[in-house]
Structure formats: structure tokens, C-alpha cells
Design a protein around this ligand. Structure first.
Ligand SMILES: [Zn+2]
Ligand SMILES: [Zn+2]
Length: 184
């Protein structure tokens, strides 16, 4: 289905999926513009680290999952699907390169949703102490490109799930904040 405001719906479903998977309550945060300070004119991309820092300053008592449609990078790589610090209080996911349109293909809403959920689970996994996994059956597998995002599972492997739920017990809430329809 196509919605006039795709991002709102993605956030709604994502929020429900995060609650289901992590067993923690999600709360919608405020919407912000992508900080201009994060923009690199040279790269025509946004520094993920800046948005991560911005998000962590607003976290309150929970964890923040920031979702953006800005194209993100971090030092040393061309782009990132997301960014988090292990055991940090925030993470960021960019849907920019999760869209089929980015690769010159026809828009695919369900695929975009699935990818967004996967990358959000992955980054939240980091926030809850998980490192990368070598197993494609685990969402903590690092994805260097969109093919690898599609190849990996939405679930956590047994080992990572154990660590995850041990760590989640320490937290009671997650705040989701997002922005949408970013225009350069
Ligand atoms: Zn990762
Ligand atoms: Zn794993």
C-alpha cells in the first residue's frame, strides 16, 4: 500500500515490532529536522555520529531509536544504514538506502518496512550490548550492502537473544523519535 505519508506508518509499525521483539514499551518522541551541522557539502550526506549524539542528549530515562531519511555516513566509510554505540543510549537508522528507489528500482513498501525493522533491531541490539555476529541467521550480522540486509534474518541467534534479554531487564522504556520527508 502507498500512503501519502509513508514514514508515519513505518514508525507506527516499527514501534509495534520493537515492542513485540524486545518486550519493552515504545514511546514516540518529538520530530526534529536533521541537524544542519551534520551535513557535509562535499559528501552531500549527513554525519551519523552527529545525529547519534543529538539523539543521546534527548534520551530521558530510556533508549532512543532515531529514524531518519537522511543519507548517513561515518568517518572511513561511504555510507551507513545505521549507527550505535555498544551499550550506548541511542542509535540511528537511515531508511535512505533501504528504499528500492535508491537503487533505481520500483518502490517496494513491504521490503522497505522489512529492511527498516531489521536495521532497527540490529542497532537496538548494539544499544543493548550486542556485538556483530557471523551468522546470517542473526540480525546482528553486519551488512555491507543492501543484498546482505535482505539475506540476513530478522531474528537474533540463540546466543545473542540470551544476552539481549539479560540486558533488556535493566531498562524499562524506549523512546522512538523520527523525522520524515527531509528535503535538502
Ligand atoms: Zn552493527
Ligand atoms: Zn548472533
Amino acid at each position: 500500500m502507498v500512503f501519502g505519508n509513508v514514514e508515519k506508518d513505518i514508525i507506527r509499525i516499527l514501534s509495534a515490532e520493537v515492542e513485540r521483539k524486545f518486550g519493552i514499551k515504545c514511546k514516540y518522541g518529538k520530530r526534529f529536522d536533521v541537524p544542519r551541522e551534520a551535513y557535509s557539502k562535499f559528501r552531500k550526506q549527513y554525519l551519523g555520529d552527529y545525529i547519534l549524539e543529538f539523539a543521546s542528549r534527548l534520551n530521558g530515562s530510556g533508549k532512543v531509536l532515531a529514524v531518519t531519511d537522511a543519507d548517513l555516513y561515518t568517518r572511513g566509510v561511504n555510507f551507513i544504514f545505521g549507527l550505535a554505540k555498544i551499550n550506548g543510549n541511542s542509535c540511528v537508522v537511515s531508511i535512505h538506502r533501504l528504499r528500492e528507489e535508491f537503487y533505481g528500482r520500483k518502490s517496494d513498501y513491504n521490503l522497505l518496512l522489512e529492511r527498516t525493522i531489521k536495521e532497527s533491531f540490529h542497532e537496538l541490539g548494539h544499544v543493548f550490548g550486542l556485538k556483530h555476529c557471523s551468522d546470517f541467521n542473526c540480525v546482528m550480522k553486519f551488512s555491507k550492502d543492501i543484498c546482505e540486509v535482505d539475506m540476513k534474518s530478522m531474528n537474533f541467534c540463540e546466543n545473542h537473544e540470551k544476552i539481549l534479554f539479560k540486558n533488556i531487564k535493566k531498562y524499562s522504556a524506549t523512546y522512538i523519535m523520527h523525522r520524515e520527508n527531509f528535503v535538502l
